[in-house]
Design a protein around this ligand. Sequence first.
Ligand code: UCC
Ligand code: FAD
Length: 584
Amino acid sequence: EEAAEKPVFSRSALGTFFQEQPVLKNPFEEDALLQKYLKRTLPLQVREPIKEDLVRFGERLVSEINSLGRQCEETPPQLQHYDAWGRRVDRIVTCPAWARMKDISAQEGLVAAGYERTYSEWSRVYQMSKLYLFSPSAGLYTCPLAMTDGAAKVIESLDMTETVEDVFRHLTSRDPQQFWTSGQWMTERKGGSDVASGTETLARLQPDGSYKLHGFKWFTSATDANMTLTLARVVDPHGHTLQGSRGLSLFLATLRDQQGNLTGIEVQRLKDKLGTRQVPTAELLLDGLPAYRISEEGRGVASIASMLTITRIHNTVSAVAAMRRIIQLGREYATKRFVFGKFLNNHALHVQTMARMEVEVRGAFLLLMEVCQLLGREEKGSASDVQRHLLRLLTPVAKLYTGKQAIAVVSEGLECFGGQGYMEDTGLPAILRDAQVLSIWEGTTNILSLDVLRSVAKSQGQVLEAFFADTKAKLKAAAGNSALTPALMAVNGALSRLGQFVQLSTQKPPTFTELAARDLAYSFARIYMGALLVDHAAWEGATHTDTYAAQRWCEQDLCPVATKVESGSYNPDSAAEDKALLYE
Ligand code: UCC
Ligand code: FAD
């Protein structure tokens, strides 16, 4: 009867139901684990000011920054090759929101906080907590910030000349007018993993002691930066260069002149990418780029190691933050989406799905923060030998493991919104696209697994000793806590299986360890995350959910490398069999 009263053509024919959308709330206030972690670990005198800043920043993210991040996604950078009069200009045009992100980053001290060290050895925990809140709203501005932080770290480790001191001041400035960002150009067409053989760029010494670089950089992200660090081979007076990593040196170059024009660089094109579309990533011809050598000759790769540590930690921040954001939005949505007679958050299977995601992010978060703590200690000079070895090992472990987790968890997270998770204008698909890169750049999963082996080999086993000692120390906190006994036993069991594997591997050929590398890295990650979850749950301020998270984490295979070795995965003929299978 009601329908009959309506005109035939009417907006109401569309129906009256519109789904309420998920709303972003203050991500600090919404993050119980971050709050508990800070409460558990930070000394009283730094806790309050840090908390106050994070609450305020969380508000700013909701009220201002999140929509800027969205604008960065919707207005990707463009390359203008020529000006109106036909002059070659190669201008990378970014949107106003991207420029605003730079100002905000300076004001908020998103790089500076790591170097001011206001909170002593807790400065990195503070800085990375802030970046973790920022990251999913930042429109990928975290990419230039990561590289800027990495460059500052390398420069800080040098004996500062006036030139680099000035550069360092720019990179760590809180003044938007003074703040600089940096790129890191390591990848050439021949190789991004195999930098030693892939780098063809030549550096020619100039009479004033500077160099000019000639080469082609295949991936250069955030190419709107003020400067870059890059690798090249110095040409000796006879015109020769050394091949391999012993021929590589590290250079610093500022990219533009006073008028903002690129110097000695042609931009071939901007990359057409699956994700990270907010970031200009360019292919560059270096045609006499003026540069300073900032490493000893032939020590280029070793000199960027500290930069890789920093950028890989930033990668981990982004991975954990992406997981956290999709869960925050997903659980909010579950209170609004009504299906089969109840809200989604009353469907046990849906809640179980999301709880499993939550367990993943909890393990990842604690690992991230542990690494940040270790970095802060190392920088303050208060790290023990064990802690320095742990930082070396856990940096690639955290990067490789959380990169993969982020892709899986964010993908599952999209499904939590049903079809809407697949719709561009919800902003959700961009989270998945941007997560996909986290396992590729800054070293792929396999390259980082090999880096884990390198860290063990270079330390003559001390890295392993540190891992075992620290994991055991963390588990001690839970001794006698009956609720945590199953989790504790699972981690202990996995640790002894790992010990047996390590023993066995010493008698095996290099192909064995190579084939085991990825599973070994995963084992380090899962065991350590298990220990961290147990340790956190044993804290007096922890709640039942912390115990539950530890228990659920420890239900999985914590030591896949031991399981696989038992089933013969790394046998001498495995490589050939894998190949036959793949190419059949
Ligand atoms: O992708 C990139 C930027 C993306 C945008 C930024 C995103 C930021 C985060 C996200 C936030 C949103 S930049 C490109 C990244 N590229 C890579 O990560 C390269 C991947 N390849 C590797 O990692 C390789 O392992 C290499 C190139 C580092 C090394 O390979 P080699 O040639 O086999 O190296 P060697 O000969 O084993 O090592 C040379 C020296 C050794 O020291 P010495 O000479 O004293 O014996 C190594 O111990 O370098 C040392 N070394 C290290 N030291 C190598 N890696 C490390 C390390 N990780 N830590 C300490
Ligand atoms: P390859 O090395 O060819 O790898 C191909 C595959 O082989 C991978 O699966 C890899 O894991 C595997 N593999 C390689 N070697 C081994 C091995 N020894 N054992 C087992 N498996 C192996 N680079 C920069 O320098 N600066 C930038 O700003 C930058 N920005 C980027 C932005 C984006 C969006 C992307 C996607 C990349 C960017 N890169 C940048 C490049 C990036 O760092 C490299 O692409 C990455 O390190 C991998 O190198 P590659 O592409 O040469 O792959």
